[in-house]
Design a protein around this ligand. Structure first.
Ligand code: HEC
Length: 140
């Protein structure tokens, strides 16, 4: 019995290890894709390191706006217009919507942004992002 319990404990332990590393592999895959998607769709304005451009385009790296996660998901898909404040500085230029990005691509992008620039080590799974995107109020 004791031996059996020992085995069960070992297999539970191994099970949770492999499960963790699957999630970890997925996170890394999302980040790799996210880097490319960022370069192709976002870097023109927000710049390669997410540093933003003068008073025109706000930084994403270290942006306090990243705390508004639901808004970030929605603005990636639907764009954003009207005045906003990022790290204490005002911005007011329209960001165009990005309808070319699938839910998966938004999830990869969001995973990249929060891991590279938001101080997180976390996977934003496409299932979670699809559900969140359904909650966006699509502007007009
Ligand atoms: C044509 C330029 C342009 C492109 C391309 C663009 N943005 Fe933006 N983005 C802006 C502007 C301008 C704002 C500020 C909007 C406002 O003033 O209401 C903004 C705001 C943001 C914000 C919220 C504020 C902040 O900096 O934290 C995030 C996050 C963001 N953009 C992410 C992205 C991502 C991710 C992409 C690529 C899919 C992208 N943007 C593509 C111009 C752009």
């Amino acid at each position: 019995m004791k031996r059996f319990l020992g085995l069960a404990a070992v297999s539970l332990f191994v099970g949770s290890l492999s499960c963790q590393s699957e999630e970890e592999m997925k996170r890394e895959r999302y980040i790799t894709e996210g880097i490319l998607i960022y370069k192709n769709n976002c870097a023109n304005c927000h710049q390669a390191k997410g540093e933003g451009l003068a008073a025109l385009y706000p930084p994403i790296a270290g942006s306090d706006y990243l705390a508004n996660k639901q808004e970030v998901y929605c603005l990636i898909r639907y764009g954003q217009r009207g005045p906003i404040v990022v790290n204490g500085k005002p911005y007011n230029r329209p960001m165009p919507p990005q309808p070319q990005l699938s839910d998966l691509e938004v999830a990869e992008l969001v995973t990249y942004i929060y891991n590279a620039w938001g101080g997180e080590k976390k996977l934003y799974d496409v299932k979670k992002i699809t559900a969140a995107l359904k909650e966006c109020k699509s502007p007009e």
